[in-house]
Design a protein. Structure first.
Length: 201
């Protein structure tokens, strides 16, 4: 659940959200068929605030919302099944009913093709030792596509981290596609799909 309200924006440090600074610049890799999923149970006000923050660096992406982890899983599976769509990023609160943000992260990592999905976890604090230990296990795993931000968060910092993760995944995707292409160019190579696309990127 979210942190304290600041200047009418729950869980957000009051700072410029829609300014023209470099940190809020758009991400070139984003296309109209790309999606970002925002998951938070603190009400429509918080969801709208997060959408405003993320709209600046991702102006062409569709910003989907869910109010808990189970609803988010349903949305993700629909996107995975739609070949015209691509899920770029998940931004999730930690403590939510039915399924926590930590549970959501672990479930998404089990879905083929989402092993490297950028995931940002937001939290106003760990409510108990069990949740804290689970978070520490994720942090210790060294997952380069996972980040944690405290609530209330700085919108500019969220924009920066989101851009960084999406660009990192794009670089990984390009590197793996290039590797697959190099392999298919070798004498005797046999790419059954002929697509040069490596699953799970």
């Amino acid at each position: 659940m979210g942190g304290e309200a600041r200047d009418g924006e729950p869980g957000i440090v009051p700072t410029e959200i829609v300014g023209d600074g470099e940190s809020a610049g758009s991400v070139e890799q984003v296309a109209p068929g790309d999606h970002i999923l925002i998951v938070d149970d603190d009400g429509q006000s918080m969801l709208n605030s997060l959408k405003r923050v993320l709209r600046k660096p991702f102006p062409d992406a569709k910003l989907d919302t869910a109010e808990d982890g189970l609803e988010a899983i349903t949305t993700v599976r629909l996107l995975v099944d739609d070949l015209r769509s691509r899920l770029l990023l998940v931004v999730s609160d930690t403590m939510m009913p039915r399924m926590t943000g930590i549970d959501l992260y672990e479930e998404l990592r089990k879905i083929p093709g989402l092993e490297y999905l950028p995931f940002i976890l937001l939290s106003g604090g760990m409510p108990n030792e069990a949740v804290k230990q689970r978070f520490e296990q994720i942090a210790a795993s060294g997952d380069p596509f996972f980040r944690f931000l405290d609530k209330p968060f700085d919108p500019t910092e969220l924009q920066r981290v989101a851009k960084e993760l999406v660009e990192l995944r794009a670089q990984r995707r390009a590197a793996q596609v290039n590797t697959a292409s190099d392999l298919t160019d070798e004498p005797g190579s046999d790419d059954e799909s002929g697509s040069g696309i490596v699953p799970g990127v």
